[in-house]
Ligand binder design. Sequence first.
Ligand SMILES: C[S@@+](CC[C@H](N)C(=O)[O-])C[C@H]1O[C@@H](n2cnc3c(N)ncnc32)[C@H](O)[C@@H]1O
Length: 223
Amino acid sequence: MPASPVPPPSPSPSPDGRLLWPAPERNKGPITEVLQRVLPTRGRLLEVASGSGQHAAHASGLLDGWTWQPTDPDAAMRASIAAWTAHVRHPNLLPVRALDLLTEPDAPPAAEDPLAGPFDALFNANMVHIAPWATCGALMRLAARRLTAQGVLVVYGPFLVDGEPTSPGNLAFDADLRQRDPHWGLRTLGAVCAEAGRAGWRLDERIAMPAHNLTLVFRRVAA
Ligand SMILES: C[S@@+](CC[C@H](N)C(=O)[O-])C[C@H]1O[C@@H](n2cnc3c(N)ncnc32)[C@H](O)[C@@H]1O
C-alpha cells in the first residue's frame, strides 16, 4: 500500500482538480534555478514523488530541452498532476505514471514502458522525511538502475547535518512529523549519503536553499 501523502494544507483543489500547496509554490522557483544550472541543456528527467504536480508544471516550462516524467504512488496526487499537466499544456510534460519506490520491482520494465528509461536525471523533492526510511535506499537504487552513466540525481528537502545547528523551524517540523508517524522525520545528510554511496552515488554538490532546505546533487562514483 502506498505511504500516505502529507495532507495538503489547502485541501480544496481548484475546480479543475489542481492541488495548490503553499510549500512547492514557494520553492519551485529556487529549485528550478538549480536544475537549470546543474543539468545539461537537454535530456529525459524522471520525477519520483511528484505530489501535487506543481514542481513538474513549473520546471518543465523552463527546461524545454527536457522531457519531464512525473510519477506518484498516490491516485489523488496523480489526479492533481494530470490536472496541472492539462492546465499548463507543456509538450515536454509527459502523462503521469504510478511509481511506488517500496514496491517497484528490481527487474527492468519492458522497453516500451515509459518508466524504463534510461533517464538523464532523477528529481525527488520533500519525500524522504515524510515516507518510511526504506524509501531513501530504494530511491538511490532506482536511480542507479534507470539513469545513464552520466545521469544526475537531484534530491531536495530539509535535512539535519551532523555538527551543524539546524533552524528551530526544522526541529519543530521534525517533532511534528515523528508525532504524526513514527516512521517519518528529518533525515541526516550523513545517513542519506551513506544510502547513496551503497547504490554507487557520491555527493557532488550540496546547495543551501531558502528556509533551511538543501538540494543534494549526486553523480555516479565511477563517473
Ligand atoms: C510532501 S509530498 C512532496 C511532493 C512534491 N515532491 C513536493 O515537493 O511538493 C511527499 C510525496 O511522497 C510520495 N511518496 C510517499 N511514499 C512514497 C513511495 N513509497 N514511493 C514514491 N513516492 C512516495 C507521496 O505520495 C507524496 O506525493
